[in-house]
Design a protein around this ligand. Structure first.
Ligand code: PRP
Length: 192
């Protein structure tokens, strides 16, 4: 089945492709001006900004965002997962750690969506222990409606007030829909 079939599974297109493109470009411009010419950069060795993507959802945003940033950057990836039912709320498990040490680095964590806030808070604690020179958080979607733990977000693309099940542009349901170029609300009949 092609992507055309997938569009019929959406109750609405929340953020169309061109709206995402414009927002990502504006975020990239803001981040670039914040980090360029020293700015926020605090790495004593002046190494490139380290963009850390949280797998798997952030991959699409990370690549689009960084290609709009005309400054040197490096990539690293981390993978975490929420524990299932029956465990403490907000428990997060490390699935794949970073390749690079963070000590002394300028680190920008890149997420597709911040929901309850547990993942980002787990990563914030974990990264703080590794002593980066600076640490900031960037997310395309800030799902404020679902926040359970307070968290500071430095760059947010879209604030989502409604608690809707969204997919596309990196976000999945059962591993599907990540490659949609837009973000849509999945019809309930396609959620099992
Ligand atoms: C999503 C998203 C964040 C996390 C946010 O990942 O990419 O990492 O959930 O949720 P929280 O604020 O409630 O902790 P998901 O677990 O769906 O995995 P994926 O990135 O592989 O899709």
């Amino acid at each position: 089945m092609g992507l055309i079939g997938f569009e019929q599974r959406m109750s609405k297109i929340l953020y169309p492709e061109d709206a995402i493109r414009d927002r990502v470009a504006a975020m990239a411009q803001q981040i670039t001006s914040d980090y360029a010419e020293k700015g926020l950069s605090a790495d004593p060795e002046s190494r490139p900004l380290l963009l850390v993507g949280v797998m798997r959802g952030a991959l699409v945003f990370l690549t689009d965002l960084s290609r709009q940033m005309p400054i040197p950057v490096e990539y690293d990836l981390i993978s975490v997962s929420s524990y299932g039912n029956g465990t403490a709320p907000g428990a997060v498990r490390l699935v794949k750690d970073l390749e690079e040490p963070l000590e002394g680095r300028d680190v920008l964590l890149v997420e597709d969506i911040i929901d309850t806030g547990y993942t980002i808070e787990y990563l914030r604690r974990s990264f703080a222990a590794r002593k980066p020179a600076s640490f900031r958080v960037c997310t395309l979607v800030d799902k404020v409606a679902r926040r359970e733990v307070e968290t500071e977000i430095d760059y947010a693309g879209f604030a989502l007030e409604q608690d809707e099940f969204i997919v596309g542009y990196g976000m999945d349901y059962a591993e599907l829909y990540r490659n949609l170029p837009y973000i849509g609300v999945l019809k309930p009949e396609y959620i099992q």
